[in-house]
Design a binder for this molecule. Structure first.
Ligand code: ADP
Length: 478
């Protein structure tokens, strides 16, 4: 099946000279093909977006909100069909994850439809008699949405919904690994009745992304992906509005007074969900020495319950990795660890007997030192590296010994100790007695200052430009 670009309300091959094939990580079968957008296609998308954006701006927020509600309804009406496509293209299990992603995507449109109409601004007293000051939120204009392959429907939805309800036109460039499911979202936005040009879709990898970021007509960039790419985008974007949500290296800290069963099951959930390919995955487990043995025993029991398999099989609880570079990174991190003294307790290499080489079993490594890649970098796979510590001071130092600061979790039964971590852990999101990968759509979400996890809090306000207006009602002539 060939999927086309969507520019100015028309499905088109544009000026593409090349196409890109999409293969299922689960079955190895070809799923489709997309045209690679050229600079001329980006120009056409920007032109169409500009025209549509004026129309969107002229609509009331209630009108835009109704369109977002319609997108949510359409998504909900196609859950099983979309979840199946998502499972085959991304690799996540249909029953336990893919269906949920469609519901959450719909939920995001519903949430922002409501947030949009409640985005009030202020009236302020003026220093001058006869004057009134007030603020207005205007759309940023044309938002490029550059998205990754781990949540290839949810992340575009998370960004498109607040952008559209506040009156921005968007140009979506999905990941080159998962462009097909993104096209479904665009198709649904079209069906919902957004004016042609409000939602455009272009394809390609880094080059297409760069062309969007540097195009003078693109006024905002919302990006979710790796820290290195986030940094490259910010450099290229200059003073344009950017929203960057990048990598994490989330530690789960287990204190001696923790509920060990709950901590073990949360750690496995945090590393097995989407096969660990989540920015808020449990990337490191820091365990207090006193409970190390007991925790590891429970962790292994939980980890052995993870069922690796075809994402469409209802028994499967973890699918394959999405792509070869990610699997190769797992190989590299594990071999580095074993060379440097890591002790392999479970898994450790790609599983055989599956249709592709991307199936990685749940892996547990003990005695992971701070010099190992497993500790230092985001592994983005189903691996739990364990490091032990003796005191809270040491745990906090280990947790903060990373240039990524997106999320962390601490398991303890002491409120006093928990609050020390609240204040001293450098992470944008901290879960207490919950997995690092706990996530809700409404609260702000993003990295901590001073780290390379970015600064996007992905809040509706970020899609608007706050303007201050003064009005002189004393001297007005009519
Ligand atoms: P990952 O593949 O680890 O999710 P990337 O950061 O490589 O993360 O990719 C995320 C998104 O950024 C993808 O859509 C990708 O095509 C795009 N991208 C990659 N490099 C650039 C770049 N230099 N400028 C803009 N977009 C880019």
């Amino acid at each position: 099946m060939a999927t086309q670009m969507f520019i100015g309300g028309t499905w088109t091959d544009g000026m593409a000279k090349q196409t890109q094939r999409v293969t299922s990580p689960a079955t190895g079968e070809p799923l489709g093909e997309v045209p690679i957008s050229t600079a001329a296609d980006i120009d056409a998308a920007v032109k169409a977006a500009k025209k549509a954006q004026r129309e969107l701006d002229a609509m009331t927020v209630f009108e835009r909100s109704a369109l977002c509600h319609r997108v949510a309804e359409l998504l909900e009406s196609r859950v099983d069909e979309l979840a199946r496509e998502l499972a085959l293209e991304q690799g996540k299990p249909f029953a336990t994850e893919a269906r949920e992603e469609i519901h959450h995507s719909a939920g995001n449109f519903r949430l922002h439809a409501e947030e949009g109409i409640r985005l009030d601004t202020e009236v302020m007293p003026s220093e001058t008699r006869g004057k009134l000051l007030f603020t207005l939120r205007k759309p940023i204009g044309i938002y490029a949405l550059i998205t990754p392959w781990n949540f290839p429907l949810l992340i575009p939805a998370e960004l498109a919904a607040p952008a559209l309800v506040t009156g921005n036109a968007v140009i979506l460039k999905p990941s080159e690994f998962t462009p097909l499911i993104a096209a479904r979202l665009v198709e649904i936005c079209e069906q919902a009745g957004f004016p042609p040009g409000s939602v455009n879709l272009v394809y390609g990898a880094r080059e297409t992304g760069e062309a969007l970021v540097t195009h003078p007509g693109v006024t905002g960039i919302a990006f979710v992906g790796s820290a290195a790419t986030g940094e490259a985008i910010v450099r290229a974007a200059g003073l344009k509005r950017t929203m960057i949500e990048a990598s994490g290296n989330g530690p789960q800290i287990v204190l001696e007074d923790a509920d060990i069963d709950a901590a073990a099951s949360a750690a496995v959930r945090g590393a097995a969900f989407t096969a660990g390919q989540v920015c808020v995955a449990t990337e490191r487990v820091l365990v207090q020495r006193k409970v190390h043995e007991q925790f590891v025993e429970r962790l292994l029991e939980e980890a052995r319950n993870v069922v690796l398999g075809n994402p469409l099989d209802p028994k499967t609880t973890m699918g394959p990795l999405n792509n070869e570079p990610t699997a190769a990174k797992m190989d590299r991190h594990l071999s580095d660890s074993l060379k440097k003294g890591g002790k392999l307790l479970l898994g450790g290499e790609r599983a055989s007997g599956f249709p592709t080489k991307l199936y990685y079993p749940m892996t547990v490594v003990d005695s992971v030192g701070t010099d190992q890649l497993l500790f230092r970098e985001e592994s983005f796979g189903p691996v739990l590296p364990i490091t032990t510590f003796a005191s809270d001071d040491e745990a906090i130092a280990l947790a903060n010994d990373s240039d990524l600061g997106l999320q962390a979790a601490v398991f303890t039964s002491s409120l006093k100790r928990a609050f020390r971590y609240v204040h001293e852990i450098r992470a944008g999101n901290l879960q207490i007695n919950e997995s690092t990968c706990y996530f809700e759509g409404r609260p702000p979400f993003g990295g901590a200052a001073g780290t390379k996890s970015g600064w996007g809090r992905i809040q509706i306000q970020d899609f608007t430009d706050l303007r201050t207006i003064s009005i002189d009602y004393e001297h007005a002539r009519n």
